[in-house]
Write a protein that binds this ligand. Structure first.
Ligand code: NAD
Ligand code: WQD
Length: 342
């Protein structure tokens, strides 16, 4: 069975490629490398001892997408490719709408042309906006609070409309909570360009001595210790969620929606403590103002995925911190310092 992975060179995509190859799927990756490096795919091959096909191609170019479908008989697409920085999306919304929406429309049109109608889409817990209660279930009301979130919500709606028009499509909308961690080999992990926006890579840069301290965005939230609470999920657990979703797609379920989270919330300070334990280092931090747009707490009810897919997250906060730190230590410059012992 052959799977096209768009955005497969990226953080979640590369970890999913590993698990797909481990399960003996054939893998074709399409990525324009706008936020990733081809080195990640070299490492994927190295970890699994298996090979995959790579196309450096852009979803904004329909001809480039079509050439992949001409060369390969694809059974299903896992669609990770997209821009994902919330702050940037507020500054340049058109870039986000163009890339994430037009890119997806091109992909869907080419899939339709080649009669490939199975797709797993990377959605996000951001589509729940500021939820009225916790834990969050899949049938909660949806809203977007920034252009990035709106691209996720709009894409979910586009996919629902596509299914309504043609019931031969099978579509899984996977709403990820907060992916962190790295493959336990330390060969692949999250490699943000510049100063990270997200908590885990930021803490890890502080632990490594590249940044002086963590800025904790507010300690006056209505949470256990006043800092923000999130459902951090290990990226390998998340990748395995995709592996469990594929067989479901092949049962012709129509549109299915699942939260991929652990169901357990941890605070920013608990995350810092977790990294201190994993790295054996003291991590300096400073309480600063709240970050505009942040919510106090967010965690999933992951029961639907357990019941219908037989999937649940197994890795602990300690695993998430240990594996992030292992990746950071072995790759201080991410993939830019390639070829070494990795
Ligand atoms: P990432 O940036 O590491 O990976 C995305 C990949 O898509 C990159 O390799 C990038 O080069 C590629 N890409 C972007 N635009 C493209 C285009 N037009 N054509 C071809 N390739 C393109 O991000 P990630 O963290 O691995 O996220 C994967 C998906 O999951 C994204 O859709 C993201 O929005 C979604 N998601 C991520 C998180 C998170 O916190 N990491 C949470 C929820 C949802
Ligand atoms: C987590 C917590 C911050 C950085 C984002 C997107 C979301 C999804 C996942 C894609 C919050 C606090 C952070 C720092 C801090 N992505 N924090 N200091 O905001 O929950 O979710 O990534 O879909 O759409 O919005 O993740 O890691 O940025 O923040 O105190 O330097 O850490 O306030 O409470 P977030 P995050």
């Amino acid at each position: 069975m052959k799977i096209l992975v768009t955005g497969g060179a990226g953080y979640i995509g590369s970890h999913t490629c590993v698990e797909l190859l481990n399960e003996n799927y054939e893998v074709v990756v399409l990525d324009n490398l706008s936020n990733s490096s081809e080195e990640s795919l070299t490492r994927v091959k190295n970890i699994t001892g298996k090979s995959l096909e790579f196309y450096k191609a852009d979803l904004l170019d329909k001809k480039e997408i079509a050439s992949v479908f001409q060369d390969h008989k694809i059974d299903s697409v896992i669609h990770f490719a997209g821009l994902k920085a919330v702050g940037e999306s507020v500054l340049v919304p058109l870039k986000y709408f163009h890339n994430n929406i037009s890119g997806t429309l091109n992909l869907l049109e080419v899939m339709d042309d080649f009669n490939v109608k199975n797709i797993v889409f990377s959605s996000s817990a951001t589509v729940y906006g500021n939820p009225a209660s916790l834990p969050i279930k899949e049938d909660f009301p949806l809203s977007a609070t920034n252009p990035y979130g709106r691209t996720k919500l709009m894409t979910e709606e586009i996919l629902q409309d596509v299914y309504c028009s043609d019931k031969s499509w099978n579509i899984a909308l996977l709403r990820y909570f907060n992916p962190v961690g790295a493959h336990e080999s330390g060969k692949i992990g999250e490699d943000p360009f510049g100063i990270p926006n997200n908590l885990a890579p930021y803490i890890s840069r502080v632990a490594a001595g590249f940044l002086p301290r963590v800025n904790v965005f507010g300690n006056d939230y209505d949470t256990l210790d006043g800092t923000g609470v999130r459902d951090f999920i290990h990226v390998v657990d998340l990748a395995l969620g995709h592996i469990k979703t594929l067989p479901k797609l092949f049962t012709n379920p129509g549109v299915v929606i699942y939260n991929l989270g652990t169901g357990q919330g941890y605070s920013v300070l608990e995350m810092i403590k977790g990294f201190e334990a994993a790295s054996g280092k003291t991590i300096p931090y400073k309480i600063t103002d709240r970050r505009p747009g942040d919510i106090a707490a967010c965690f999933a009810d992951p029961f639907k995925a357990k019941k219908e897919l037989g999937w649940e997250a197994n890795k602990t906060l300690a695993d998430m911190c240990t594996d992030t730190w292992n990746w950071q230590k072995k790759n201080p410059d991410g993939y830019r310092e390639s070829q070494g012992e990795n």
